[in-house]
Write a protein that binds this ligand. Structure first.
Ligand SMILES: Nc1ncnc2c1ncn2[C@@H]1O[C@H](COP(=O)(O)OP(=O)(O)O)[C@@H](O)[C@H]1O
Ligand SMILES: [Mg+2]
Length: 105
């Protein structure tokens, strides 16, 4: 799941200068019971009209893409009562964020 988002981030930065090719992965607690994970890249970003379509089954802009990665990720996250969405990265590129409930111990 996470690997899928990481792989997309890396693929989005293929044409970016090496010294700018950074993928930031962070996690924070939103509340005591909810965690948010963010995968931020400095790639080509997502145009506004595609922000929701990216999650459609078989939507891809890649020559050899399957277009199932984000669709499956969202299905998994929602199955576990979380959300997955994409935002613009202020520094260029995009940020994929997901939330999940924290397991009770
Ligand atoms: N980090 C990203 N930056 C920009 N566009 C992205 C990113 N991740 C996904 N996308 C867009 O969403 C589409 C769907 O992604 P995905 O479902 O993983 O399928 P695939 O990687 O096989 O194309 C990609 O083809 C690409 O256009
Ligand atoms: Mg993919």
């Amino acid at each position: 799941m996470l690997l899928n988002l990481v792989k997309n981030g890396i693929e989005a930065m293929q044409d970016v200068a090496t010294n700018q090719r950074a993928l930031d992965i962070s996690a924070r607690l939103l509340t005591a019971r909810r965690v948010e994970v963010a995968i931020a890249d400095h790639g080509y970003g997502v145009p506004p009209d595609l922000k929701e379509r990216l999650f459609d089954a078989f939507f891809t802009t890649k020559k050899e893409g399957m277009g199932m990665g984000l669709n499956i990720c969202r299905t998994i996250i929602e199955f576990h009562e979380g959300q997955l969405w994409v935002e613009d990265n202020a520094g260029g590129g995009s940020i994929f964020r997901f939330t999940l409930p924290v397991a009770e111990t």
